[in-house]
Design a protein around this ligand. Structure first.
Ligand code: UDP
Length: 373
């Protein structure tokens, strides 16, 4: 079956939101929540019930003490309504970008209350949410407090709080033996102007540190695939960004691009790095790669914007600055950050269990009709 633009849960490769679902659902079920997942048929995540949506679909969930949750895209409104009409679902937790929010609002007065999780950078995508009128049954949450400050007022009025992203790598992170560090910095993430790989690459040369860039350039996951792509590839804005802003600094020595890394390779690359660099040029909404870096014992050096100041304690788990030029100096100063402090912080704040219990708290508030405004 064609999965359309939607990915299975868990995703086969890159898939940020799908990974959040795959991290959250097992913990919710451990807490006794029954979860109905509305998703593409290819999804393999263990749930209490899978509501497969044809062609294009996404997820949502729900549960006890309520009973279950679902998520949706407009094309599936009918199927989801039919399922909700069975009357045993207490809450719909929706993770579908923007369209999901509209869908929740359109479900009608008899449907259970809905919680929509914001995953986007709202400063960059105000059009996605600008016209929201969620009525009085739909609430929203951010993946950071900073993200909500960029939301349009109507949306902010429906916010019930934020829940930071989690990583399974945080489980037992404080108990793992330290990994021998090597002398390089890593930037882990999509090659994209907002993630700032151009700045990282330039600073690597001017401040004198080795840099590894890991992540896809548009649809290209391996350097050889990008090299083999024709000129039409440059229609993709991330490919253009790579070609014009980043590649000129990539010499294969001081600065290397290794493409997308996954699984143990990704974990080893990050764990061995002396620092994880986040030279942000956008309001990074959630920063999965940030909490992964902490869990792997790698101090975070970055621009103090987006979610970074909430996730990183300056001077203890990383170093932050608002000054792009100062970033290179901070890479040199990262030796003052204890690897153990990073791992302890991840184990305390960013485990899947912590995330699930925080979501349960939000579900309760939404179910009890948290006030709007
Ligand atoms: N990622 C990966 N391999 C790469 C680059 C990124 O597995 O080469 C993963 C990264 O570990 C993280 C996710 O992709 O889990 C990116 O999520 P994040 O919230 O950091 O950024 P987003 O892409 O959602 O803006």
């Amino acid at each position: 079956m064609n999965a359309g633009p939607w990915l299975p849960v868990p995703p086969n490769g890159y898939g940020g939101i799908e990974n959040v679902i795959a991290t959250l659902v097992p913990e919710l079920r451990r807490l006794g929540v029954e979860v109905v997942l509305a998703t593409v048929a290819e999804s393999t995540l263990a749930v209490d019930e899978q509501l497969s949506v044809f062609g294009t679909g996404q997820f949502g969930l729900l549960q006890r003490p309520y009973n279950q949750v679902c998520g949706i895209v407009p094309a599936h409104l009918h199927a989801v309504r039919r399922r909700l009409a069975e009357g045993d679902i207490d809450l719909v937790h929706d993770h579908v970008e923007a369209a999901g929010l509209a869908t929740l609002a359109a479900l009608g007065p008899d449907s259970p209350p809905g919680l929509h999780t914001l995953h986007w950078d709202l400063a960059k995508h105000p059009e996605l949410y600008g016209t929201f009128d969620g009525g009085d049954r739909v609430r929203v949450n951010g993946v950071s407090a900073n993200q909500l400050t960029h939301a349009p007022a109507a949306l902010r009025a429906h916010a019930v709080g934020h829940v930071h992203l989690a990583t399974p790598l945080a489980d037992g992170a404080d108990l793992r033996a330290p990994v021998a560090k090597e002398d390089y910095a890593v930037v882990l993430g999509r090659i994209n102007p907002g993630k700032g790989q151009d700045l990282a690459a330039r600073l690597a040369h001017s401040a004198g540190f080795d840099l590894v860039l890991a992540g896809p350039v548009g649809p290209y996951h391996r350097p050889e695939d990008l090299a083999a792509a024709g000129p039409a590839a440059a229609q993709n804005p991330d490919v253009r960004f790579w070609q014009e802003q980043v590649a000129p600094h990539v010499d294969g020595d001081r600065v290397r691009w290794v493409g997308t890394v996954t699984g143990q390779d990704r974990d080893d690359l990050v764990a061995r790095a002396r620092v994880a660099l986040f030279p942000l040029r956008w309001e990074e909404p959630g920063g999965t790669a940030v909490v992964e870096s902490l869990a792997l014992g790698t101090p975070v050096i970055g621009i103090a914007r987006g979610c970074l100041p909430e996730l990183i304690e300056h001077g203890r788990t990383g170093l932050l600055t608002s000054d792009e030029e100062e970033l290179g100096e901070l890479v040199a100063a990262a030796g003052t950050i204890a690897e153990a402090a990073c791992r302890e912080e991840a184990a305390r704040r960013f485990t899947p269990a912590v995330m699930a219990s925080q979501y349960l708290g939000l579900y309760e508030r939404v179910r009890d009709g948290a006030a709007v405004g």
